[in-house]
Design a protein around this ligand. Structure first.
Ligand code: ANZ
Ligand code: ZN
Length: 806
């Protein structure tokens, strides 16, 4: 037979599929929406790491087509606003729209090499006015619903990109994009009130078929905690300081208080002799990012000179300032219980503040405390009327008790913050708001959307905190949509997350100029059944998308409130030694040569073979040889045996069903690397069978269907070689028959004089003579047969009994 020629067959089937698409919507098939996280069209093109997710999603799509006969919605688009295109424009003077279009066409042709089922009719691009019209429309709807508001606040500021950053864009105190140290700057910001959805975002995680790891990350990000606020009067003044604590049970152990340096009272509390030190400390803290402040390092702080009164027992507690307390969490002030909190313990040690233990450890007071005792378990001590109570019980009851005493109240707190939604950059969606001196903030009327991004002369951020749009007078100066008075446009643009928070809704109705998505199409094709992408998006993008979906559900655009039913996060493909592939590190492996030399099918399979798909895996070019050899072997197996006319033996049927079972189970579990090794294993078995008497056609056809989602070209070719007249992707995924898989061997008890001595495994259809011989051999080997054999009994499939006389 002809040898495997990947170039020839891949070209042949590409053409055929192009002319006769295999994934057609006949209106009757059930839909299955399998989505990739859409890429940012960077100028660097695709490397083998990018392929991984796209191969996984394509394998899954094709599998769902075969198993269940689904019409597959598998779109692709471009998340094309953002900094790199703008930075390139600043450097090269090329308009971001131009470089973006170039990059899109380049990446699109590279993506086509993967031979994925993408439906390019559904393509979207977040920078297309027909798309961002709806991104702006959602903003207007949120504004009208009171979910978008302006607020003056210190934002994370990247001095190098000259832009504000969301908390999520600050990695270890550095700008996620450029690596520069992040500082703070006070600016008027547009905020989205995602906190209004905190409880729903938290509770609805239960509905999702997502990796537990991701659910945990979202849970922690939302960070709901239960506790109490307690009011501490300031000694010698009418002021009081309210603290937030999750451990009101430890109130008797509060030996000092700490306020965030930004706390409204921070400077005011300083006594004259402490004023200078306090002011210096406040200034220094203002220059640090939140992330920096939370990182493990030596505690710093300053005493204000002032005391507060513990409202429970009247104790005098010194008030300190320290940057380990964050201004924007809880009340920005805490009561400190060094005996039971690590950070407070460290602080108390450093500044010689008394430590009072209020929960007994193992029933005792610790003599020389070396570290805080942080378990909320044990009996209360040194706690006045609370002595003898169980701390775990008190922890729950104290908030209510405190409320009754009138010294505080029960509260709930969230780590989740409202979303800073403005950027001081050019290449983003203009925020559709007009500032009118009389009417305040007025949204651009919905029928005037999209509000187009105007051309500018300089893309350079102004660095004053304003976007380059602020320099375009004709654009900035407008009239108020409500009263007609001269007014000014908002000049901030939206963050890149804006478009990606809802793009998955648009694919199924991407040409609709009346609605974001028609209700009919939304009902029919949404939500996304399977979402595949990198784990780096576990919180941000996935939380924002859930928020947008809930909002759009609330205003009736769609009828579901969770966007992604199932989620799979793939790990990264890295270069040698686990180093991230990047152009700057010079370790990028391009798929182009590999496709040329080994074919698309080999590369697809190797992408999966490198390691468990949910983990990072190191790329090694050499490994692709092995996968390619396997495909050659498989090719030869089918081609050499397709016309053999061999009838299936029981053994062949058994191997066939075991193969179906193994491959399907591994695939369903997303253990895709072991699917590939499973193919190798079963191909060896089939080759052995073929050598020893031949192999039947149905087993070969079955193997081809199983392989097709992974290696579609070779799958299609071999399917036709085996007599298929229609595409292999219109075949039906085989079902494993448990009975046919059953082994034809049985365990039989071997007895001497009716007493079981051991067990042997024999073929079910073994003859009486052979069975008895097996039994005797096993007994002798175990030294359990002596005397003279007088009788030999075989109860088929059950017992071998040797009767002996001494
Ligand atoms: C007293 C106490 C005693 C505390 C104890 C803990 C252990 P969650 O909500 O779970 O993160 N805290 C409150 N506001 C803070 C802020 N703005 N910056 C830094 N820390 C703050 O934890 C809430 C606990 O973190 C609160 O309970 C408070 O310290 C601290 F044995 O109060 B605790
Ligand atoms: Zn007005």
């Amino acid at each position: 037979a002809a040898p495997y020629n990947h170039r020839e067959i891949e070209e042949k089937w590409r053409k055929e599929w192009e002319a006769h698409p295999i994934n057609v919507n006949d209106g009757k098939k059930p839909k299955y929406y399998c989505l990739d996280m859409f890429p940012y069209p960077s100028g660097n093109g695709l490397h083998v790491g990018h392929w991984r997710g796209y191969v996984i999603s394509d394998v899954w799509s094709r599998y769902k087509m075969l198993n269940g006969g689904h019409y597959i919605i598998h779109p692709m688009g471009w998340d094309a606003f953002g900094l790199p295109a703008e930075n390139y424009a600043i450097k090269m003077g090329v308009h971001p729209a131009v470089s973006t279009a170039d990059n899109v066409s380049k990446i699109k042709s590279q993506i086509k090499q993967i031979a994925a089922l993408y439906d390019w009719d559904m393509e979207v691009n977040t920078t297309d006015p027909n798309f961002y019209k709806w991104t702006q429309w959602i903003f207007v709807k949120m504004f009208k619903a009171g979910l978008a508001y302006e607020k003056e606040m210190p934002i994370n500021w990247c001095p190098s990109c000259k832009t504000g950053l969301a908390n999520e864009e600050v990695v270890n105190g550095k700008c996620e994009r450029c690596g520069a140290e992040v500082t703070k700057k006070n600016l008027k910001q547009w905020m989205l009130k995602i906190t209004a959805y905190a409880d729903r975002l938290l509770n609805d995680l239960d509905k999702l078929d997502w990796p537990e790891k991701v659910k945990k990350m979202q849970t922690d990000w939302i960070g709901k905690s239960h506790g109490a606020e307690v009011d501490f009067p300031v000694e010698g003044s009418d002021e009081k300081i309210t603290v937030y604590t999750t451990r009101p049970d430890t109130l008797h152990g509060a030996t000092f208080m700490v306020l965030a340096p930004e706390h409204a009272l921070a400077a005011k509390l300083a006594t004259p002799e402490n004023k200078e030190a306090v002011e210096k400390y406040i200034y220094e803290a203002s220059m640090k990012s939140n992330v920096d402040r939370l990182q493990d390092k030596e505690k710093t702080g300053v005493f204000t000179g002032t005391y507060a009164i513990n409202p429970l027992n009247g104790a005098k507690v010194p008030i300190w300032l320290s940057d380990y307390v964050l201004a924007d969490y809880g009340t920005g002030a805490i009561m400190c219980v060094p005996a039971h909190d690590d950070r407070d313990f460290e602080f108390a040690r450093k500044f010689n503040i008394p430590i009072i233990q209020v929960i007994a450890k193992d029933g005792k007071e610790i003599e020389n405390m070396e570290e805080a005792y942080t378990d909320a378990s044990g009996t209360m001590i040194n706690s006045g009327e609370w002595n003898g109570m169980e701390s775990a019980v008190l922890k729950k009851e104290a908030p209510v008790m405190i409320e009754k005493m009138g010294i505080g109240r029960k509260t709930v707190n969230y780590k989740l913050r409202d979303w800073v939604f403005s950027r001081q950059r050019y290449w983003g969606e203009p925020i559709p708001i007009v500032h009118c001196p009389k009417c305040g903030c007025v949204p651009v009327p919905e029928d005037q959307l999209p509000l187009l991004l105007p051309e500018v002369e300089s893309y350079q951020p102004t660095g004053t905190g304003e976007s380059p749009l602020a320099d375009i007078d004709w654009w900035v100066n407008t009239t108020c949509p409500v009263c007609g008075a001269p007014a000014k446009r908002e000049t901030n643009t939206m963050p890149q997350w804006a478009g990606s928070s809802w793009y998955f809704l648009r694919y199924v109705d991407n040409k609709n100029d009346k609605e974001l998505v028609s209700r009919e199409k939304a009902d029919k094709y949404l939500p996304v059944d399977m979402y595949i992408g990198g784990v780096e998006h576990a919180v941000l993008h996935l939380l924002y998308s859930r928020f947008y979906t809930k909002f759009l559900c609330d205003i009736g655009v769609i009828d579901f409130d969770e966007p992604f039913v199932k989620l799979f996060n793939q790990g990264m493909i890295t270069g040698k030694n686990g180093i991230k592939m990047s152009k700057s590190k010079g370790n990028v492996v391009s798929p182009d040569d590999l496709v040329r030399d080994y074919g698309c099918d080999s590369l697809r399979m190797y992408e999966l073979f490198v390691g468990p798909p949910e983990l990072d895996s190191e790329w090694d070019d050499r490994g692709i040889d092995g996968v390619n050899r396997f495909l050659n072997r498989f090719w030869n197996l089918v081609m050499d045996n397709k016309d053999s006319g061999v009838q299936a033996t029981k053994e062949m049927v058994k191997v066939r069903h075991k193969m179906i079972h193994e491959i399907t189970t591994r695939l369903e579990n997303f253990s895709l690397n072991t699917v590939i090794s499973g193919f190798m294993e079963y191909t060896n078995k089939m080759v052995d069978m073929a050598r020893n008497g031949g192999i039947d056609k149905e087993t070969l056809q079955t193997a081809v269907i199983l392989l097709a989602p992974f290696a579609p070209h070779i799958g299609e070719e071999l399917w036709r070689q085996l007599g298929g007249t229609d595409s292999v992707f219109h075949a039906v995924w085989p079902v494993a028959d448990k009975a046919a898989m059953a082994d034809d061997e049985k365990e039989v008890a071997v007895q001497v004089n009716g007493k079981t001595k051991l067990v042997v495994t024999v073929p079910v259809d073994i003859s009486k003579e052979d069975a008895i011989a097996e039994g005797k051999k096993a007994l002798e080997a175990a030294g359990k047969l002596s005397g003279t054999v007088v009788k030999e009994i075989y109860v088929p499939g059950k017992i071998i009994n040797i009767v002996v006389k001494p």
